[in-house]
Design a protein around this ligand. Structure first.
Ligand SMILES: [Zn+2]
Length: 205
């Protein structure tokens, strides 16, 4: 038994599993995107930190890493379409549906908590199928006037991440308060300070 996995620099501040997975590629609308699952080791670590398998399960293959990223981008495109009141591309829906067809994990109650128990063969692929099921459940039940939340794209300029707004009045703007919310708040404070400094300078001249 190895120790519990460390979060590393994964972005885990989003309540929705499949949207946390989308956030493994961050700064999507910025000048330099950040790939947080660059290697099979990193994919395994992300799965483990999200309670899908363990840090010592068999390492995913390079092919599975590619498939994982393809799944991630299909979730992102489908979610972005739904956030804009559109419908996902049928090709993305097909890809998600192929993943949900591979769902082999079992949900078990252990110590009073629900956990996914993965099969011994190809556990990482089964873990990704859980992510796909979460994506289909979230995307398919939370749009328009249906469901108890609304899918939105993060308003932080460079992010492009997705989140489920369950706030009263649906006024949430950021994928995560810990990352994008803070970033915007700091930028606003700096802008206000710079503005005040500029105003002060005007008066002095
Ligand atoms: Zn964001």
């Amino acid at each position: 038994m190895t120790g519990s996995p460390t979060p590393g620099d994964f972005r885990l501040g989003n309540e929705i599993l499949s949207f946390r997975f989308v956030a493994t590629l961050s700064e999507r609308r910025g000048d330099a995107v950040v790939e947080r699952i660059a290697t099979p080791e990193r994919l395994r670590a992300w799965l483990a930190v999200n309670e899908l398998g363990s840090a010592d399960m068999p390492l995913p293959s390079d092919a599975l890493l590619r498939d994982a990223r393809e799944l991630r981008e299909a979730i992102h495109r489908a979610g972005t379409a739904i956030a804009a009141d559109g419908v996902p591309d049928p090709a993305d829906e097909d890809l998600l549906n192929r993943w949900t067809a591979r769902h082999r994990a079992r949900l078990v109650l252990t110590g009073g908590r629900a956990r996914w128990r993965l099969p011994d063969t190809d556990p990482a692929r089964a873990a990704l199928a859980v992510v796909a099921v979460d994506a289909v459940t979230t995307l398919g039940t939370h749009h328009g006037s249906h469901g108890d939340g609304v899918i939105k794209r993060c308003e932080q300029r460079t992010c492009g991440g997705l989140f489920l707004d369950t706030s009263r009045g649906r006024r949430r703007r950021w994928c995560s308060m810990a990352t994008c919310g803070n970033k915007v708040k700091k930028a606003n404070i700096k802008a206000a300070r710079d503005g005040a400094a500029a105003g002060h300078g005007d008066r002095m001249s």
